[in-house]
Design a protein around this ligand. Structure first.
Ligand code: 5GP
Length: 212
């Protein structure tokens, strides 16, 4: 382990040593948010609310779905090293606030991040102990249909997101601990949970056991 990775791991240590950092990643439309919502109903996770420069969609609430900030504020977050990871995605910026994540881990809570692949790569490098899941759609056709059904994404944006998705799927191999297909949401969540031992219940099963 490099010196910086070791420092990062130490920063993540909590007094009981039982808290874990989970990453849920995958292409837009794969169902990450639904997976995270159900996981949170079944287990006590602290969910990290990200900062983003994109505009809120109808129904999205500042501080609940995202912290909606302008480009200058986001640049300041980067400058002040307040982001644990961040990425440019589809012309907008998204990032994880470092302090809440570290303080919840330090209190012994499991933390869950829902982020895209560039951010997941940064987490993998900085926090090698993170347990990382990549949620896949059953097919790219199904992914396109899901984005259309969502009704809040323009056709041009769907095309852009599908292009990014293909890139992300190509990059996922080797980066994530577990690849899980979301064909049926409940089954997908059960599969994710099967790789997550209960809080404080011993070590998480690790390994690059791809399911796909
Ligand atoms: P959306 O605009 O659909 O809400 O999000 C676009 C993509 O950015 C999704 O893949 C979402 O998971 C990802 N995302 C959300 N928050 C973060 C974050 O804090 N960091 C990174 N790297 N990606 C994020």
């Amino acid at each position: 382990m490099s010196a910086s990775a070791e420092r990062s791991s130490q920063k993540l240590a909590d007094p009981t040593g039982s808290s874990r950092l989970f990453v849920i990643s995958g292409p837009s439309g794969a169902g990450k948010s639904s997976v995270v919502r159900l996981l949170r109903e079944k287990r006590p996770f602290y969910f990290s609310v990200s900062a983003t420069t994109r505009d809120p969609r109808p129904g999205e609430i500042h501080g609940v779905h995202y912290w909606f900030v302008d480009a200058a504020d986001f640049a300041e977050l980067i400058e002040n090293q307040e982001l644990l990871e961040w990425a440019d995605y589809n012309g907008r910026r998204y990032g994880t606030l470092r302090t809440p994540v570290l303080s919840h881990l330090a209190q012994g809570e499991d933390v869950i991040l829902e982020i895209e692949v560039q951010g997941a790569r940064q987490v993998r490098n900085s926090y090698p102990g993170a347990v990382m899941f990549f949620i896949l759609p059953p097919s790219v056709v199904e992914l396109a249909q899901r984005l259309e059904r969502r009704g809040d994404t323009s056709p041009a944006e769907i095309t852009r997101r599908l292009g990014i998705a293909e890139q992300e799927i190509a990059e996922a191999e080797g980066l994530f601990d577990f690849l899980v297909v979301n064909e049926d949401l409940d089954r997908c969540v059960s599969e994710v949970l099967s790789f997550i031992s209960p809080p404080g219940g011993g070590s998480t099963r690790r390994g690059r056991g791809a399911l796909y």
